[in-house]
Design a protein around this ligand. Structure first.
Ligand SMILES: CC(=O)SCCNC(=O)CCNC(=O)[C@H](O)C(C)(C)COP(=O)(O)OP(=O)(O)OC[C@H]1O[C@@H](n2cnc3c(N)ncnc32)[C@H](O)[C@@H]1OP(=O)(O)O
Length: 437
Protein backbone atom coordinates (compact mmCIF):
# COMPACT_ATOMS: atom_id res chain seq x y z
CA UNK A 1 0.00 0.00 0.00
CA UNK A 2 1.32 3.40 -0.92
CA UNK A 3 -1.04 6.28 -1.35
CA UNK A 4 -0.36 9.95 -1.77
CA UNK A 5 -3.09 12.55 -1.68
CA UNK A 6 -3.59 16.23 -1.06
CA UNK A 7 -5.95 15.61 1.80
CA UNK A 8 -4.51 17.96 4.40
CA UNK A 9 -4.66 21.34 2.75
CA UNK A 10 -3.09 22.91 -0.33
CA UNK A 11 0.52 23.07 0.94
CA UNK A 12 0.43 19.74 2.66
CA UNK A 13 1.05 16.31 1.19
CA UNK A 14 -0.24 13.22 2.99
CA UNK A 15 1.23 9.76 2.42
CA UNK A 16 0.18 6.42 3.88
CA UNK A 17 2.58 3.51 3.87
CA UNK A 18 3.54 0.24 5.53
CA UNK A 19 6.77 -0.01 7.55
CA UNK A 20 8.33 -2.63 5.27
CA UNK A 21 8.43 -2.47 1.50
CA UNK A 22 7.62 -5.48 -0.64
CA UNK A 23 11.34 -6.37 -0.84
CA UNK A 24 11.41 -6.67 2.98
CA UNK A 25 13.45 -3.52 3.60
CA UNK A 26 12.23 -0.62 5.70
CA UNK A 27 10.31 2.00 3.73
CA UNK A 28 12.64 4.96 3.09
CA UNK A 29 10.09 7.29 4.72
CA UNK A 30 10.24 5.46 8.04
CA UNK A 31 13.35 7.14 9.44
CA UNK A 32 11.90 10.63 8.93
CA UNK A 33 8.57 9.45 10.30
CA UNK A 34 10.31 8.23 13.47
CA UNK A 35 12.22 11.50 13.80
CA UNK A 36 8.90 13.33 13.80
CA UNK A 37 7.29 10.95 16.32
CA UNK A 38 10.31 11.20 18.65
CA UNK A 39 10.26 14.98 18.31
CA UNK A 40 6.54 15.12 19.08
CA UNK A 41 6.91 13.07 22.26
CA UNK A 42 10.16 14.79 23.38
CA UNK A 43 12.25 11.64 22.97
CA UNK A 44 15.81 11.39 21.66
CA UNK A 45 16.21 10.99 17.91
CA UNK A 46 15.98 7.35 16.82
CA UNK A 47 19.13 5.53 15.77
CA UNK A 48 18.81 4.29 12.13
CA UNK A 49 19.61 0.75 13.36
CA UNK A 50 16.66 1.00 15.75
CA UNK A 51 14.39 2.08 12.92
CA UNK A 52 15.11 -1.17 11.06
CA UNK A 53 14.16 -3.14 14.20
CA UNK A 54 10.99 -1.16 14.73
CA UNK A 55 10.11 -1.69 11.06
CA UNK A 56 9.98 -5.46 11.52
CA UNK A 57 7.84 -5.16 14.61
CA UNK A 58 5.49 -2.67 12.90
CA UNK A 59 5.22 -5.05 9.99
CA UNK A 60 4.09 -7.84 12.35
CA UNK A 61 1.42 -5.46 13.66
CA UNK A 62 0.39 -4.58 10.07
CA UNK A 63 0.52 -0.92 11.03
CA UNK A 64 -0.53 1.70 8.54
CA UNK A 65 1.63 4.80 8.92
CA UNK A 66 0.58 8.26 7.82
CA UNK A 67 2.96 11.16 7.27
CA UNK A 68 2.05 14.75 6.39
CA UNK A 69 4.78 16.75 4.63
CA UNK A 70 4.88 20.50 4.20
CA UNK A 71 6.75 21.31 1.00
CA UNK A 72 6.79 25.00 1.88
CA UNK A 73 8.95 24.61 4.99
CA UNK A 74 12.11 26.75 4.63
CA UNK A 75 14.73 24.64 2.81
CA UNK A 76 18.02 23.74 4.51
CA UNK A 77 16.63 24.01 8.03
CA UNK A 78 15.45 20.48 8.79
CA UNK A 79 15.40 17.46 6.54
CA UNK A 80 12.24 17.73 4.38
CA UNK A 81 11.89 13.95 4.77
CA UNK A 82 10.75 14.59 8.34
CA UNK A 83 6.97 15.01 8.24
CA UNK A 84 5.16 17.78 10.09
CA UNK A 85 2.55 15.31 11.33
CA UNK A 86 2.41 11.57 11.98
CA UNK A 87 -0.38 9.11 12.65
CA UNK A 88 -0.54 5.32 12.76
CA UNK A 89 -3.20 2.65 12.99
CA UNK A 90 -3.40 -1.08 13.46
CA UNK A 91 -6.06 -3.62 14.32
CA UNK A 92 -6.34 -5.75 17.40
CA UNK A 93 -9.12 -7.13 19.56
CA UNK A 94 -10.80 -5.65 22.62
CA UNK A 95 -12.39 -7.93 25.18
CA UNK A 96 -15.91 -6.48 25.47
CA UNK A 97 -17.08 -9.04 28.04
CA UNK A 98 -18.93 -12.32 27.78
CA UNK A 99 -15.82 -13.88 26.22
CA UNK A 100 -16.16 -11.73 23.07
CA UNK A 101 -12.99 -10.32 21.50
CA UNK A 102 -14.18 -7.65 19.08
CA UNK A 103 -11.79 -6.37 16.36
CA UNK A 104 -11.00 -2.71 16.87
CA UNK A 105 -9.22 0.08 15.04
CA UNK A 106 -6.31 1.30 17.19
CA UNK A 107 -4.89 4.79 16.72
CA UNK A 108 -1.37 5.68 17.87
CA UNK A 109 1.73 7.85 17.23
CA UNK A 110 -0.28 11.03 16.68
CA UNK A 111 1.97 14.08 16.48
CA UNK A 112 1.78 17.49 14.85
CA UNK A 113 4.91 19.67 14.78
CA UNK A 114 4.79 22.65 17.15
CA UNK A 115 5.00 25.08 14.21
CA UNK A 116 1.96 23.45 12.57
CA UNK A 117 -0.32 22.84 15.55
CA UNK A 118 -3.90 24.09 15.86
CA UNK A 119 -4.42 24.40 12.11
CA UNK A 120 -6.72 21.42 11.94
CA UNK A 121 -4.16 18.79 10.81
CA UNK A 122 -5.14 16.26 13.49
CA UNK A 123 -8.82 16.96 12.86
CA UNK A 124 -8.43 16.14 9.17
CA UNK A 125 -6.31 13.04 9.76
CA UNK A 126 -8.54 11.50 12.42
CA UNK A 127 -11.82 12.36 10.70
CA UNK A 128 -10.78 10.70 7.45
CA UNK A 129 -9.31 7.77 9.32
CA UNK A 130 -12.41 7.08 11.42
CA UNK A 131 -14.65 7.21 8.32
CA UNK A 132 -12.31 4.74 6.63
CA UNK A 133 -12.34 2.40 9.64
CA UNK A 134 -16.14 2.51 9.76
CA UNK A 135 -16.26 1.78 6.00
CA UNK A 136 -14.06 -1.23 6.61
CA UNK A 137 -16.72 -2.54 8.98
CA UNK A 138 -15.03 -1.96 12.33
CA UNK A 139 -17.44 -1.20 15.17
CA UNK A 140 -14.89 0.25 17.62
CA UNK A 141 -11.88 2.54 17.53
CA UNK A 142 -9.59 2.96 20.52
CA UNK A 143 -6.50 4.78 21.70
CA UNK A 144 -4.43 5.57 24.76
CA UNK A 145 -4.30 9.35 25.15
CA UNK A 146 -1.43 11.67 26.10
CA UNK A 147 -3.96 14.24 27.33
CA UNK A 148 -7.61 13.90 28.31
CA UNK A 149 -8.58 17.09 26.45
CA UNK A 150 -7.90 16.01 22.87
CA UNK A 151 -10.14 13.17 21.73
CA UNK A 152 -13.61 13.75 23.24
CA UNK A 153 -14.42 16.10 20.37
CA UNK A 154 -13.84 13.23 17.95
CA UNK A 155 -16.27 10.95 19.80
CA UNK A 156 -13.85 9.07 22.08
CA UNK A 157 -14.79 8.54 25.72
CA UNK A 158 -12.54 7.47 28.59
CA UNK A 159 -13.50 3.80 28.92
CA UNK A 160 -11.11 2.11 31.35
CA UNK A 161 -8.97 3.35 34.20
CA UNK A 162 -5.92 2.14 36.09
CA UNK A 163 -4.12 2.97 39.30
CA UNK A 164 -0.54 3.78 40.10
CA UNK A 165 0.21 2.10 43.41
CA UNK A 166 3.06 1.76 45.87
CA UNK A 167 3.17 -1.24 48.18
CA UNK A 168 5.22 -1.16 51.35
CA UNK A 169 7.04 -4.50 51.46
CA UNK A 170 8.87 -4.05 54.74
CA UNK A 171 7.87 -6.13 57.80
CA UNK A 172 4.24 -5.06 57.54
CA UNK A 173 3.84 -6.82 54.16
CA UNK A 174 2.04 -10.14 54.09
CA UNK A 175 -1.09 -11.70 52.65
CA UNK A 176 -3.90 -12.27 55.14
CA UNK A 177 -4.74 -15.53 53.43
CA UNK A 178 -1.31 -16.86 52.51
CA UNK A 179 -1.17 -17.85 48.85
CA UNK A 180 -1.54 -21.61 49.28
CA UNK A 181 0.81 -22.32 46.44
CA UNK A 182 3.22 -19.38 46.50
CA UNK A 183 5.79 -22.04 45.71
CA UNK A 184 4.30 -21.85 42.21
CA UNK A 185 6.49 -18.81 41.58
CA UNK A 186 9.92 -19.36 40.07
CA UNK A 187 12.48 -16.74 39.22
CA UNK A 188 12.90 -16.93 35.45
CA UNK A 189 15.26 -15.89 32.73
CA UNK A 190 13.35 -12.96 31.18
CA UNK A 191 14.20 -14.29 27.74
CA UNK A 192 11.72 -17.09 28.42
CA UNK A 193 8.97 -14.47 28.22
CA UNK A 194 9.59 -13.79 24.53
CA UNK A 195 7.40 -16.83 23.83
CA UNK A 196 5.67 -17.38 27.17
CA UNK A 197 4.68 -13.73 27.72
CA UNK A 198 2.23 -13.55 24.78
CA UNK A 199 0.75 -16.96 25.76
CA UNK A 200 0.05 -15.82 29.32
CA UNK A 201 -1.24 -12.50 28.06
CA UNK A 202 -3.64 -14.31 25.69
CA UNK A 203 -5.17 -16.08 28.70
CA UNK A 204 -5.47 -12.80 30.60
CA UNK A 205 -6.92 -11.09 27.51
CA UNK A 206 -9.56 -13.80 27.06
CA UNK A 207 -10.91 -13.33 30.59
CA UNK A 208 -10.56 -9.59 31.16
CA UNK A 209 -13.14 -7.09 29.90
CA UNK A 210 -11.42 -3.94 28.71
CA UNK A 211 -8.20 -5.71 27.74
CA UNK A 212 -6.70 -4.78 24.34
CA UNK A 213 -4.62 -7.27 22.35
CA UNK A 214 -0.94 -6.40 22.42
CA UNK A 215 1.35 -5.23 19.65
CA UNK A 216 4.40 -7.37 18.85
CA UNK A 217 6.91 -5.15 20.69
CA UNK A 218 5.51 -6.34 24.05
CA UNK A 219 7.19 -9.73 23.63
CA UNK A 220 10.51 -7.96 23.08
CA UNK A 221 10.15 -5.66 26.08
CA UNK A 222 8.93 -8.21 28.63
CA UNK A 223 11.80 -10.53 27.67
CA UNK A 224 14.42 -7.79 28.07
CA UNK A 225 15.40 -8.13 24.41
CA UNK A 226 14.33 -4.49 24.04
CA UNK A 227 14.30 -1.72 26.59
CA UNK A 228 11.07 0.23 27.06
CA UNK A 229 12.45 3.15 25.04
CA UNK A 230 15.12 1.58 22.86
CA UNK A 231 15.22 -1.73 20.95
CA UNK A 232 18.40 -2.88 22.68
CA UNK A 233 18.77 -5.52 25.41
CA UNK A 234 17.88 -4.37 28.90
CA UNK A 235 20.04 -6.45 31.23
CA UNK A 236 18.52 -4.92 34.35
CA UNK A 237 15.17 -6.60 33.73
CA UNK A 238 14.25 -9.50 36.06
CA UNK A 239 11.35 -11.88 35.82
CA UNK A 240 9.28 -14.39 37.78
CA UNK A 241 6.68 -16.83 36.47
CA UNK A 242 3.72 -18.31 38.34
CA UNK A 243 2.73 -21.89 37.50
CA UNK A 244 -0.67 -23.24 38.52
CA UNK A 245 -1.26 -26.61 40.15
CA UNK A 246 -1.36 -28.30 36.73
CA UNK A 247 2.01 -26.84 35.80
CA UNK A 248 0.67 -24.32 33.28
CA UNK A 249 2.16 -20.81 33.36
CA UNK A 250 -0.65 -18.56 34.59
CA UNK A 251 1.18 -15.33 35.25
CA UNK A 252 4.45 -13.45 35.20
CA UNK A 253 5.98 -10.29 36.50
CA UNK A 254 8.98 -8.51 35.05
CA UNK A 255 10.56 -5.75 37.02
CA UNK A 256 13.63 -3.63 37.66
CA UNK A 257 15.45 -2.55 40.78
CA UNK A 258 15.23 1.27 40.96
CA UNK A 259 18.90 1.61 41.95
CA UNK A 260 20.85 1.90 45.22
CA UNK A 261 20.33 5.65 45.30
CA UNK A 262 16.53 5.37 45.40
CA UNK A 263 15.02 5.98 48.80
CA UNK A 264 13.12 3.99 49.88
CA UNK A 265 14.75 1.14 47.97
CA UNK A 266 12.27 0.19 45.32
CA UNK A 267 11.41 -2.26 42.58
CA UNK A 268 9.44 -0.99 39.59
CA UNK A 269 7.10 -3.45 37.92
CA UNK A 270 7.48 -3.24 34.14
CA UNK A 271 4.68 -5.72 33.38
CA UNK A 272 2.53 -7.97 35.51
CA UNK A 273 0.13 -10.31 33.77
CA UNK A 274 -1.97 -12.75 35.78
CA UNK A 275 -4.51 -15.00 34.11
CA UNK A 276 -6.02 -16.10 37.46
CA UNK A 277 -6.55 -14.43 40.85
CA UNK A 278 -4.22 -17.03 42.43
CA UNK A 279 -1.46 -16.08 39.98
CA UNK A 280 -1.94 -12.41 40.85
CA UNK A 281 -1.61 -12.95 44.60
CA UNK A 282 1.19 -15.49 44.12
CA UNK A 283 3.21 -12.97 42.11
CA UNK A 284 2.63 -10.28 44.73
CA UNK A 285 3.69 -12.67 47.48
CA UNK A 286 6.91 -13.14 45.51
CA UNK A 287 7.44 -9.39 44.87
CA UNK A 288 6.87 -8.71 48.56
CA UNK A 289 9.50 -11.27 49.51
CA UNK A 290 12.43 -9.74 47.59
CA UNK A 291 15.19 -8.82 50.03
CA UNK A 292 16.76 -5.34 50.27
CA UNK A 293 13.62 -3.76 48.84
CA UNK A 294 11.20 -1.57 50.80
CA UNK A 295 8.65 -0.66 48.18
CA UNK A 296 7.12 -2.09 45.00
CA UNK A 297 5.88 0.45 42.46
CA UNK A 298 3.21 -0.69 40.02
CA UNK A 299 1.76 1.75 37.48
CA UNK A 300 -1.12 -0.36 36.14
CA UNK A 301 -3.14 -1.85 38.98
CA UNK A 302 -6.86 -2.44 38.46
CA UNK A 303 -9.26 0.13 39.92
CA UNK A 304 -10.80 -2.81 41.77
CA UNK A 305 -7.45 -4.31 42.71
CA UNK A 306 -7.93 -7.25 45.11
CA UNK A 307 -4.42 -6.75 46.55
CA UNK A 308 -5.26 -4.29 49.36
CA UNK A 309 -8.07 -6.66 50.44
CA UNK A 310 -5.61 -9.55 50.49
CA UNK A 311 -2.95 -7.73 52.52
CA UNK A 312 -2.65 -8.21 56.29
CA UNK A 313 -2.08 -4.47 56.53
CA UNK A 314 -4.13 -2.79 53.80
CA UNK A 315 -2.60 0.61 54.64
CA UNK A 316 0.67 -0.59 53.21
CA UNK A 317 -1.02 -0.21 49.80
CA UNK A 318 -1.11 3.38 48.60
CA UNK A 319 -2.82 4.69 45.50
CA UNK A 320 -0.71 7.54 44.14
CA UNK A 321 -2.74 8.14 40.99
CA UNK A 322 -5.69 7.02 38.92
CA UNK A 323 -5.93 7.73 35.21
CA UNK A 324 -7.73 6.70 32.06
CA UNK A 325 -5.92 3.84 30.34
CA UNK A 326 -8.21 3.38 27.33
CA UNK A 327 -10.39 5.64 25.17
CA UNK A 328 -13.14 4.10 23.10
CA UNK A 329 -15.01 5.38 20.04
CA UNK A 330 -18.16 3.63 18.90
CA UNK A 331 -18.14 3.61 15.10
CA UNK A 332 -21.14 1.33 14.63
CA UNK A 333 -23.60 1.37 17.55
CA UNK A 334 -25.68 -1.56 16.27
CA UNK A 335 -22.77 -4.00 15.97
CA UNK A 336 -21.06 -2.68 19.09
CA UNK A 337 -24.15 -2.89 21.31
CA UNK A 338 -25.39 -6.19 19.87
CA UNK A 339 -21.98 -7.85 20.37
CA UNK A 340 -21.97 -7.06 24.09
CA UNK A 341 -23.61 -9.12 26.85
CA UNK A 342 -26.38 -7.83 29.12
CA UNK A 343 -27.29 -8.71 32.67
CA UNK A 344 -30.72 -7.08 32.62
CA UNK A 345 -33.89 -7.41 30.60
CA UNK A 346 -36.06 -4.63 29.21
CA UNK A 347 -35.83 -1.80 26.78
CA UNK A 348 -34.69 1.81 26.58
CA UNK A 349 -34.57 4.31 23.72
CA UNK A 350 -31.96 7.02 23.24
CA UNK A 351 -30.62 9.59 20.85
CA UNK A 352 -26.88 9.57 20.17
CA UNK A 353 -25.25 12.83 19.14
CA UNK A 354 -22.11 12.30 17.08
CA UNK A 355 -19.94 15.14 15.69
CA UNK A 356 -18.85 12.82 12.85
CA UNK A 357 -22.37 11.42 12.32
CA UNK A 358 -21.13 7.82 12.40
CA UNK A 359 -23.30 6.69 15.32
CA UNK A 360 -25.81 9.53 15.27
CA UNK A 361 -29.50 8.74 15.39
CA UNK A 362 -32.29 7.47 17.59
CA UNK A 363 -32.18 3.88 18.72
CA UNK A 364 -34.02 1.37 20.86
CA UNK A 365 -31.99 -1.16 22.86
CA UNK A 366 -33.94 -4.25 23.92
CA UNK A 367 -32.12 -6.73 26.16
CA UNK A 368 -32.99 -10.15 27.52
CA UNK A 369 -31.39 -13.56 27.97
CA UNK A 370 -27.93 -11.99 28.10
CA UNK A 371 -28.24 -10.47 24.62
CA UNK A 372 -29.67 -7.33 23.07
CA UNK A 373 -30.99 -6.05 19.79
CA UNK A 374 -30.70 -2.47 18.59
CA UNK A 375 -33.20 -1.01 16.16
CA UNK A 376 -33.13 2.42 14.54
CA UNK A 377 -36.03 4.74 15.30
CA UNK A 378 -37.52 7.54 13.20
CA UNK A 379 -35.65 10.84 13.37
CA UNK A 380 -38.57 12.42 15.24
CA UNK A 381 -39.37 9.45 17.51
CA UNK A 382 -39.72 10.21 21.24
CA UNK A 383 -36.72 8.89 23.19
CA UNK A 384 -36.03 8.22 26.87
CA UNK A 385 -32.43 9.47 26.92
CA UNK A 386 -29.97 11.66 25.06
CA UNK A 387 -26.23 11.21 25.13
CA UNK A 388 -23.11 11.90 23.10
CA UNK A 389 -21.25 9.10 21.34
CA UNK A 390 -18.29 9.73 23.68
CA UNK A 391 -20.55 9.04 26.69
CA UNK A 392 -21.60 5.76 25.06
CA UNK A 393 -17.90 4.90 24.66
CA UNK A 394 -17.41 5.45 28.40
CA UNK A 395 -20.45 3.31 29.30
CA UNK A 396 -19.76 0.51 26.84
CA UNK A 397 -17.21 -1.53 28.80
CA UNK A 398 -18.63 -0.59 32.20
CA UNK A 399 -16.04 2.09 32.98
CA UNK A 400 -18.77 4.25 34.47
CA UNK A 401 -22.57 4.32 34.83
CA UNK A 402 -25.34 6.31 33.18
CA UNK A 403 -26.24 7.48 36.69
CA UNK A 404 -22.80 9.08 37.10
CA UNK A 405 -22.82 10.54 33.59
CA UNK A 406 -26.32 11.97 34.14
CA UNK A 407 -25.07 13.66 37.32
CA UNK A 408 -22.17 15.05 35.25
CA UNK A 409 -24.62 16.44 32.70
CA UNK A 410 -23.55 14.03 29.97
CA UNK A 411 -26.66 11.84 29.81
CA UNK A 412 -30.05 13.58 29.73
CA UNK A 413 -33.36 11.95 30.63
CA UNK A 414 -35.71 11.00 33.44
CA UNK A 415 -33.98 9.29 36.41
CA UNK A 416 -36.12 6.19 35.80
CA UNK A 417 -34.80 5.82 32.25
CA UNK A 418 -31.22 6.43 33.41
CA UNK A 419 -31.65 3.67 36.01
CA UNK A 420 -33.14 1.37 33.35
CA UNK A 421 -30.13 1.82 31.07
CA UNK A 422 -27.84 1.08 34.01
CA UNK A 423 -29.78 -2.09 34.89
CA UNK A 424 -29.58 -3.32 31.29
CA UNK A 425 -25.87 -2.56 30.88
CA UNK A 426 -24.78 -3.48 34.43
CA UNK A 427 -21.50 -5.39 34.58
CA UNK A 428 -20.03 -7.11 37.61
CA UNK A 429 -16.68 -5.35 37.65
CA UNK A 430 -14.86 -2.41 36.13
CA UNK A 431 -12.92 -2.93 32.86
CA UNK A 432 -9.16 -3.35 33.06
CA UNK A 433 -6.60 -2.62 30.34
CA UNK A 434 -2.87 -3.28 30.74
CA UNK A 435 -1.93 -2.60 27.11
CA UNK A 436 -0.37 0.71 26.17
CA UNK A 437 -0.24 1.44 22.46
C1 LIG B 1 -3.25 8.39 20.38
C2 LIG B 1 -2.05 9.26 20.56
O1 LIG B 1 -1.11 9.16 19.87
S1 LIG B 1 -2.08 10.39 21.85
C3 LIG B 1 -0.76 11.51 21.50
C4 LIG B 1 -1.18 12.85 21.00
N1 LIG B 1 0.01 13.62 20.67
C5 LIG B 1 0.68 14.40 21.56
O2 LIG B 1 0.27 14.58 22.69
C6 LIG B 1 1.97 15.02 21.05
C7 LIG B 1 1.98 16.54 21.25
N2 LIG B 1 0.81 17.20 20.66
C8 LIG B 1 0.61 17.28 19.32
O3 LIG B 1 1.38 16.75 18.54
C9 LIG B 1 -0.59 18.07 18.80
O4 LIG B 1 -0.81 19.15 19.66
C10 LIG B 1 -1.89 17.23 18.71
C11 LIG B 1 -1.64 16.03 17.82
C12 LIG B 1 -2.35 16.76 20.08
C13 LIG B 1 -3.01 18.12 18.12
O5 LIG B 1 -2.76 18.37 16.76
P1 LIG B 1 -3.33 19.68 16.02
O6 LIG B 1 -3.10 19.52 14.58
O7 LIG B 1 -2.79 20.89 16.70
O8 LIG B 1 -4.88 19.57 16.34
P2 LIG B 1 -6.03 20.33 15.51
O9 LIG B 1 -5.52 21.66 15.07
O10 LIG B 1 -6.56 19.42 14.47
O11 LIG B 1 -7.09 20.53 16.64
C14 LIG B 1 -8.41 20.07 16.52
C15 LIG B 1 -9.15 20.55 17.75
O12 LIG B 1 -8.57 19.95 18.93
C16 LIG B 1 -8.13 20.95 19.84
N3 LIG B 1 -6.91 20.43 20.45
C17 LIG B 1 -5.86 19.88 19.81
N4 LIG B 1 -4.93 19.49 20.70
C18 LIG B 1 -5.41 19.78 21.91
C19 LIG B 1 -4.91 19.61 23.23
N5 LIG B 1 -3.71 19.05 23.44
N6 LIG B 1 -5.68 20.00 24.26
C20 LIG B 1 -6.89 20.57 24.03
N7 LIG B 1 -7.42 20.75 22.81
C21 LIG B 1 -6.67 20.37 21.76
C22 LIG B 1 -7.91 22.16 18.99
O13 LIG B 1 -8.00 23.34 19.76
C23 LIG B 1 -9.05 22.04 17.99
O14 LIG B 1 -10.25 22.40 18.62
P3 LIG B 1 -11.44 23.08 17.78
O15 LIG B 1 -11.62 22.26 16.53
O16 LIG B 1 -12.57 23.05 18.72
O17 LIG B 1 -10.92 24.44 17.46
Amino acid sequence: MNTAANVSGPALRTERFAALREDGLADQRLEGWFDAVKFGFHDAKADPVDVARYAESYDLDARVLTAVYDDTVRPGVWDPAVPVATYATMQNTINIGGGVLLPAHLVTAVTVRATHRRRGILRRLITEDLYRAADEGLALAALTASEATIYGRFGFGAAAFGRTVQVDVRERFGLSVPADDAGGVEVADPDLLAALGPEVFARFHARTRGSVGRQSSYAQVVSGRWGQHKPEPDRALRAAVYHGADGAAEGYACYKFAGWDASPRAVKVVDLVAATPAAYLGLWAYLGSIDLVERIEYPLAAVEDPLPWALRDGRGYQVTGEEDTLWLRILDPVTALQSRSYAGAGSVSFEIADPLDLAAGRWRLTAGGGEASVEPLAADAAVDLRLGVEALGSLYLGGTTAHTLAAAGRVAGEPGAVARLDRLMALPERPYCITHF
